[in-house]
Design a protein around this ligand. Structure first.
Ligand code: PEP
Ligand code: MG
Length: 754
């Protein structure tokens, strides 16, 4: 049964169009269940009706012609109830409605199950039979399982279908929804970035140099052939003749008469070699995966391996410099922080990532750099977007493909409004962040790249609350040396001096893997992360801290901060290492005082030990991004649970208050450097809680300043008191929004959390 389910899902997955996918579903489900009819009805978003889309057993001429509203007929009943309807005599049911010409008359038994994707009833899957009988429990369970597995595939096929339709003249705009990553709007041209040797991430692209592409392909094939022949020779004598024959099979796959010929045909049609190879190989891999016989199924692995090898050669030989158009929108399956370094900053207009969420590090960096970003666009067929015109709406997390003139006009208008607004906010940069009753709140920035520095200073930042030292580490191919680090840190410290710069010691692990220091774990966010890594590698930690001390010589504005601390022992051990490094550099003839050393509160354990930590440290700083993730048990990178990631959750707000109180009781300053600090609504609460400093990405500075300059400390305390009586994040958000609107702050609330 499981095998059958898997085969059907795989086959549906391999279909090129929605129509093909539905045809496979009705055919295979009817066959698997031995019923006379199987049909699919899908909801049309414009009309909200469930349209008869595919059938085997009923009249195919009615496809696209019959439609039912929610609650109408048995199909509408399934959609409305969001649960199966299983009837031995469909006609006798009060909801039954006969569609003229559809051909349902001979069938008594009816079983319909909803197709639900992310809480949304996409459609209804129906089987019918002439015999008057209830479908039994196992049949019902099979159809439910089938439908649950197919829902995501159908949702994906719907979007892919609309993107393919873009290739037809006069096609309409297609909108794909993801998650807001970084606010703002960008209109530009898509450039697909793909990791090396990944057949599934190669963009489709035309080439005018067909001969050159063909030559490159032939050369790559030859190199792989030579590699395989070499391995075969090396192993000769160790293998049986049958095993040895496997290499011939391998070479046969690449033969000119089979796969090689298909790739060559696509190249002749104008596709570039990498795209042609990937399309042909994926088709063959799917073909083998669909095979019933397990030996043949296994061959899919061989085909994939061969394809990957040829692709790697093609990519290595491709020395053409990457060209980026003005207004580049980078699109990729999983954009990482390091891709941001590959493109000239003046060309980069927007980012779209199929995976990840608004709290992924690439999104945080994008916010720091002010680049509109959409994350978690899971249904986006990204390899098809190369060179297409795209609009990124980073406020709502949506991507518009093939935008009509009307849509483009609307977005251009929004862009103009956005510019006016930021000019308005820029006028605040010289003013203090002070409430109406004279209470000051220092606003600091989070940085990681040198480009952040100029932006931050322009916006009037009073210090750096979080310098993510892992960013320069991420952009290299090996650990930077102590001297290289010293230079990087010196630039940061100098740029802000005499303002304080809080340097966080290396925070790798979780979703921040260094290419040259891979950490493979089942649960990376609960694994070897942050201080756990650096305490296990004192040589890395000491070199980093020494580089910081040396960079601080003659400036004195350094602060050091430790990430992911979960117990007092970690803090004490780190303090000891820091003191040792300080002693060493003094002995070596450098100068400088011991800087303040603080602790990030990012895990629930640190909240409950905040007093103990505050007593030993010089300051606390809450990392609300991770704290929210760990308190709510919601992976900050997972698009599927992004709706549950809510920093206004009463549990998070309660924890924030506990930390602020603990620091105050120990007489130590407390700040917050997670994304929440840059949310103008949340900033009002943080002020009331007693936070001494808010550190945020530079883009948010103006908005937060505007919000805090519009209220009194007393008002913010009243707001906090009201917020703490509410049990629900959305209710808290609604209450704060309403208040902000009354204060005339409406247009400044385009916040990621709003
Ligand atoms: C945080 O977790 O809130 C934080 C500031 O650190 P990062 O986002 O780099 O994990
Ligand atoms: Mg963190």
């Amino acid at each position: 049964m499981l095998e059958m389910l898997r085969n059907i899902v795989q086959e549906v997955n391999a279909a090129e169009t929605l129509e093909d996918a539905l045809a496979v579903i009705v055919h295979r489900v009817r066959q698997a269940m031995g019923t006379q009819v199987c049909s699919v009805y899908l909801r049309e978003s414009d009309t909200d009706q469930y349209v008869f889309q595919a059938t085997e057993g009923l009249n195919p001429a009615m496809v696209g012609k019959a439609a039912l509203a929610k609650g109408e007929g048995l199909v509408g009943l399934v959609a409305e109830r969001e649960e199966p309807v299983n009837l031995e005599n469909a006609e006798a049911h009060p909801s039954f409605r006969l569609f003229e010409g559809i051909g349902e008359e001979p069938f008594s038994a009816f079983l319909g199950v909803p197709i639900i994707h992310q809480r949304d009833v996409l459609g209804v899957l129906v089987v019918q039979q002439a015999e008057q009988r209830r479908f039994d429990e196992s049949e019902e369970a099979f159809l439910i399982t089938m439908s649950a597995q197919l829902a995501a595939v159908i949702a994906h096929a719907k979007v892919t279908g609309s993107v393919q339709a873009l290739e037809r003249p006069g096609a309409a705009t297609a909108t794909i929804n993801g998650i807001p990553g970084s606010p703002g709007i960008a209109i530009g041209t898509a450039v697909v970035v793909s990791p090396v040797a990944d057949l599934y991430a190669v963009p489709r692209q035309n080439s005018s140099d067909r001969r050159g592409e063909m030559r490159a392909f032939r050369q790559a094939l030859l190199s792989v052939r030579q590699d395989i022949e070499q391995v075969s020779q090396n192993l000769a004598g160790h293998l049986t003749p049958e095993d040895q024959a496997l290499f011939d099979v391998y070479l046969g796959i690449l033969d000119d008469s089979s796969i090689g010929a298909e790739v060559a045909r696509l190249i002749r049609q104008g596709e570039w070699a990498q795209g042609a190879l990937s399309q042909v190989m994926i088709e063959h891999i799917r073909h083998f995966e669909r095979m019933e016989h397990s030996y043949l199924k296994e061959r899919a692995v061989d085909v994939k391996d061969l394809g990957t090898r040829v692709l790697a050669y093609l990519q290595a030989a491709d020395t053409r410099p990457r060209e980026f158009p003005d207004q580049t929108i980078l699109v990729g399956e999983e954009l990482t922080a390091s891709v941001l370094g590959e493109i000239p900053q003046d060309k980069l207009a927007g980012l779209i990532s199929v995976r990840g969420s608004g709290n992924s590090h690439v999104a945080i960096l994008a916010r720091a750099m002010g680049i509109p970003t959409v994350m978690g666009a899971v249904d986006l067929p990204f390899t098809r977007l190369q060179d297409r015109e795209v609009i990124v709406d980073g406020y709502h997390g949506s991507v518009h493909l093939n935008p009509s003139a009307d849509i483009k006009r609307q977005f251009k208008l929004a862009l103009a409004e956005e510019r006016a607004l930021s000019e308005d906010l820029a006028s605040l940069s010289e003013l203090k962040c002070e409430t109406l009753d004279g209470h000051r709140m220092p606003l600091w920035v989070n940085t990681g790249l040198m480009v952040d520095v100029a932006r931050s200073l322009d916006q009037g930042a009073q210090g750096v609350g979080l310098y993510r030292t892992e960013v320069p580490f991420l952009l290299r191919e090996r650990f930077p040396s102590e001297e290289e680090q010293r230079q990087i840190y010196r630039e940061q410290l100098e740029a802000f001096a005499p303002r304080p710069v809080t340097m966080r010691t290396l925070d790798i692990g979780g979703d921040k893997a260094l290419p040259y220091f891979p950490i493979e774990e089942d649960n990376p966010f609960l694994g070897w992360r942050g201080i756990r890594v650096t305490l296990d590698h004192p040589e890395i930690f000491l070199a980093q801290v020494r580089a910081m001390f040396k960079a601080n010589e003659g400036l004195g504005n350094l602060r050091i901060m430790l990430p992911m601390v979960t117990n007092v022992a970690e803090l004490e051990e780190a303090q000891q290492l820091i003191r040792r490094a300080h002693g060493e550099i003094l002995q070596e003839g450098h100068s400088g005082d011991m800087p303040p050393v603080g602790v990030m509160v990012e895990v629930p354990a640190a909240v409950y030990q905040a007093r103990g930590l505050a007593r030993r440290a010089d300051f606390l700083s809450v990392g609300s991004n991770d704290l929210t993730q760990y308190l709510l048990a919601v992976d900050r990178n997972n698009a599927r649970v992004a709706d549950l990631y809510h920093s206004y959750h009463p549990a998070v707000l309660g924890a924030l208050q506990v930390v602020a109180d603990a620091a105050a009781a120990e007489g130590k300053p407390v700040g917050i450097c997670g994304e929440l600090a840059g949310d103008p609504l949340a900033a009002m609460l943080l002020l009331a809680m007693g936070y001494n400093v808010l550190s945020m990405n530079a883009t948010s500075l103006g908005k937060v300043k505007k919000a805090l300059r519009s209220i009194t400390l007393t008002q913010s305390r009243e707001l906090l008191a009201r917020a703490m009586t509410l049990d629900d994040a959305n209710a808290i958000h609604a209450m704060l929004s309403e208040f902000a609107m009354e204060q005339g702050l409406g247009q400044f609330l385009h916040s990621r959390l709003a």
